[in-house]
Design a protein around this ligand. Sequence first.
Ligand SMILES: Cc1cc2nc3c(=O)[nH]c(=O)nc-3n(C[C@H](O)[C@H](O)[C@H](O)COP(=O)(O)OP(=O)(O)OC[C@H]3O[C@@H](n4cnc5c(N)ncnc54)[C@H](O)[C@@H]3O)c2cc1C
Length: 403
Amino acid sequence: MLLIDTNTCSGCRLCEKNCPFAAMLIVDEIAVVQDNCTLCGACANVCGEHSITIERAAATPEELAKFKGIFIWAECGESADGESLVPKKVTLELLAEARRLAEKTGEEIRVLVLSDERPVNTDDLFAHGADGVIRFVNKLLWPYSTDAYTTVISAMVAAKKPSIFLLGATPDGRDLGPRVAARLKLGLTADCTQLEINDEGQLIQTRPAFGGNIMASIVTPFSRPQMATVRPNVFAVSENPEIDRKGDIEDFDVALQRGVVRTKILEVEKVGETGGGIENAEVIVAGGQGLNSPDDLDMLRELADELGGTLAGSRPLVEAGWIPHTLQVGQSGITVSPKLYIAVGISGAVQHVVGMNGSGSIIAINNDPEAPIFKVADVGIVGDAAEVIPALIKEIREAKKAA
Ligand SMILES: Cc1cc2nc3c(=O)[nH]c(=O)nc-3n(C[C@H](O)[C@H](O)[C@H](O)COP(=O)(O)OP(=O)(O)OC[C@H]3O[C@@H](n4cnc5c(N)ncnc54)[C@H](O)[C@@H]3O)c2cc1C
């Protein structure tokens, strides 16, 4: 329910101008809400007098049953030539998992696609399991901004009433998810690593808690949608996309005012060593505390360069300031699933291993033959990193020359 404090409302018209559905009118200098209000929260967000509040009571089973469908936010990046937008891998991972959940709930999957005027590759979304796309195009939607995306996504979710809404736990997804949840007065389970549907049709959202010592399974019995962000690289992308699969595309009608966006992006600086971020790397060479000094990272970078990969590391290297947090693999860092993961001087603590054990092949280099990392490695090399890495680089260069 939307409440307006008529004693404090100044009739300034900010709510009227910023309502995405033209559902707020100023009558006799007081805001008056119209029947088409979706409770998306855009008016409460801009009200300088804090005169507008949204109250949500626990929903009845009948009210909960009105929410239908699994929605996914399609996080997109630019294509190589910058001419179009391409759904990120995490979106395809969510689609694969949503398909599995949809088989149990019998619901349709809709993907929310926001773009500037460049086209978005929706064929991939349908091929990977989307039944439909809900699209909104506006120049203000590139680059990503918290304000514009929160306004549009909240409006879409409020209007369409899905039962489940999933986002990738990427930097932008971790920014957007809580904003939308707060705007719509919903709960959110962040950083899920497992999703399931229980016998009552509720979404069980599982995530590590208390430093990974327990797995917490969370349900949302009294409100909808059930919202969760999901870690990238936890679910696999479908290996058999149906390239001929088609779905419907609906253009969403919503007003987005320039004044909503309070930030201006001056410059975008890529911090991943390859520019793509370690979550998307096909080859990772990761260093640990077995390295003697930050200078040792140079030989790891050299090895990564030879293999077309990127550098990463364990948490102690981040804490020592040798590498940025964006390169940390593990439970409190990033989950990766490259084709090849080379762990150098890393012991194999559980908090590290949970972030990399989905890798295709794992090579571990460690001078302790009893190091736990060898238990998850496909190939283990017992030796001093300072000797093994230069020897590996030499071998690779010679093999390349001979080829
Ligand atoms: C709540 C919580 C969250 C955490 N999250 C993360 C996380 O996200 N990521 C993460 O990595 N850690 C995380 N940790 C820390 C984790 O528990 C370990 O402490 C950490 O992973 C150890 O890093 P390491 O393997 O580099 O160092 P160490 O455990 O010190 O291992 C160093 C290894 O290098 C080997 N070595 C030494 N000298 C050489 C040499 N010359 N050549 C080759 N090998 C050598 C040693 O035999 C040893 O096995 C977390 C911990 C907690 C409590």
